[in-house]
Design a protein around this ligand. Structure first.
Ligand code: PLP
Length: 373
């Protein structure tokens, strides 16, 4: 049974074109990009080609892009690297629905008294409270770190307004665009971002490769030292095949953005089938076209996920299960919402798969209601 994969915000399948682009860099062109012989030069050209392709996706210059291993690393490099490079300011402002790669790191730094942290709340629909943001950002603020699109709800945050607030106080802006890349257009200048993080496995590149943009003229301290690759910020021989894959996925993402309109239609069809007894999160806000976060009355999230899984349908949601009930995630708690199921589609999702999912959810809910009555 081929699975119906609706967990694309967790990770995506590597596009066939991406696999094909990577293959020669395992078998044939395996040189170290820093060797000066022909094989090395070939790898170097491939890495620089991919850098330009990623810059094309993010609306910046190739010289502003460095390769990382994942979104978590990019986020850590900005936060820790900036603290090391700019000791004068120690206040960091973020939002309550950030990914743990940002929020857990900031809380750890706060508990070690390395920073002063302000966490701005969100509304029940996941909207960042901009008045609270204005209050939180002051002339001691080093960095404002916000995600462009929320991983559970798909809510798109008003990043350009937030960067305006940050700029007014002389603070820098980091944008975690891990969930946005490949789903909505990204333009670094329009966002007003100084640093922006993406991760390949969220947009049909392989796992283990990502990118970070650093606005020209800004500096970070590296997390570790060595051969000085990637502007001295990420020593270690570059994973050339993965970087080539990231570049290829970036080009595909730019070329296929229009196909996300069809994904949005499928997502909307799915949501409108749920009807009475369901609540979709974030509907008053701009949202990613592929993401649906839904709470269903009277049925536990983990039960629903496992019953869908038994029918070959992959979705996710909730957090650790205590006493048989799924706990809401930190994001849902920040929104004062119950645990929710996340359906996340991709450009490979078909109408037939959505029809099957609609039927499966209806059948499970029907059985659950009958058992309860
Ligand atoms: N930021 C966001 C918004 C994410 O959704 C994720 C992963 O789910 C990450 C960062 C971490 O990315 P990675 O898994 O590449 O470390």
């Amino acid at each position: 049974m081929t699975p119906i994969y609706l967990d694309n915000n967790a990770t995506t399948r590597v596009a066939t074109e991406v696999q094909a682009a990577m293959a020669p860099y395992y078998g044939e062109h395996y040189g170290n990009p820093h060797s000066i012989h022909a094989l090395g030069r070939r790898s170097h050209e491939a890495v620089e080609g991919a850098r330009a392709e990623v810059a094309g996706l993010l609306g910046c210059h190739a010289a502003e892009v460095i390769f990382t291993s994942c979104g978590t690393e990019g986020n850590a490099l900005v936060i820790r690297g900036l603290l090391d490079a700019s000791p004068a300011r120690r206040r960091i402002v973020t939002a309550a629905v950030e990914h743990p790669s940002v929020l857990s790191l900031l809380r750890a730094l706060e508990s070690r008294r390395e920073i002063e942290l302000a966490v701005v709340p969100v509304s029940g629909d996941g909207e960042i409270d901009l008045d609270a943001m204005v209050e939180a950002v002051d002339e001691r603020t080093l960095l404002v770190s916000v995600m462009l699109a929320q991983n559970e709800t798909g809510v798109i945050h008003p990043v350009s307004a937030i960067s305006g607030i940050a700029r007014g106080a002389g603070a820098l802006v980091h944008v975690d665009a891990v969930q946005a890349a490949g789903k909505i257009p990204i333009d670094l200048a329009a966002l007003g971002a100084d640093f922006l993080t993406v991760s390949g496995h969220k947009f049909h590149a392989p796992k283990g490769v990502g990118a970070l943009t650093i606005r020209h003229g800004l500096s970070l301290s590296p997390l570790w030292y060595g051969g000085g690759q990637e502007l001295g910020l990420r020593s270690g021989t570059e994973p050339v095949p993965s970087i080539v894959g990231l570049g290829s996925a970036a080009v595909l993402a730019v070329n296929r953005l229009a196909s996300l309109d069809c994904v949005r239609e499928l997502r909307d069809r799915l949501e409108s089938s749920f009807g009475f007894g369901s609540a979709v999160n974030g509907t008053s806000q701009p949202r990613l076209p592929n993401t649906s976060s839904v709470a269903f009355d009277g049925i536990d999230v983990t039960t629903l996920i496992l019953e869908l899984d038994a029918q070959g349908i992959c979705v996710s949601g909730g957090a650790a299960c205590t006493s048989g009930r799924t706990e809401p995630t930190a994001t849902m708690k920040a929104m004062s919402r119950p645990a929710a199921v996340r359906f996340s589609l991709s450009r490979y999702t078909t109408a037939g798969e959505i029809d099957q999912t609609i039927k499966a959810v209806a059948a499970i809910r029907g059985r659950n209601d009958r058992a309860a009555s």
